[in-house]
Design a protein around this ligand. Structure first.
Ligand code: FES
Length: 106
């Protein structure tokens, strides 16, 4: 079981958009989908480590700003070339207008 970490306010992430947040030296991407739900992944593309926060959200897809690699941000699944490694996802919840992600110590 991991620990829940407060990463941002719900108002910081527009619908159909994402932001990058840093916590203890690691960057996480926080997504706000068109249905008002929040999701979290690693912030860096698994192809060449570009931060995805400048990418484009469409439905449940994040498109990397560098080579247009695409991931499903709800499952982390990479959706074809040039991406061949899935994106790590994190459990995410909202309490009192704050977004929390669950981090598991390894
Ligand atoms: S760096 Fe993201 S697709 Fe290449």
């Amino acid at each position: 079981m991991g620990r829940w970490v407060d990463v941002c306010a719900t108002t910081e992430v527009d619908e159909e958009d994402l932001i990058s947040v840093e916590f203890e030296g690691h960057d996480y991407a926080i997504y706000h989908d068109e249905d008002g739900e929040f999701f979290a992944t690693d912030a860096h593309c698994t192809h060449e480590k570009v931060n995805l926060c400048d990418g484009f959200v469409e439905g449940e897809i994040i498109e990397c700003p560098k080579h247009n690699g695409r991931f499903n941000f709800k499952t982390g699944e990479g959706l074809g070339s040039p991406v061949c490694i899935d994106l790590k996802t994190y459990p995410c919840k909202v309490e009192n207008e704050r977004v929390f992600i669950e981090l598991v110590e390894v």
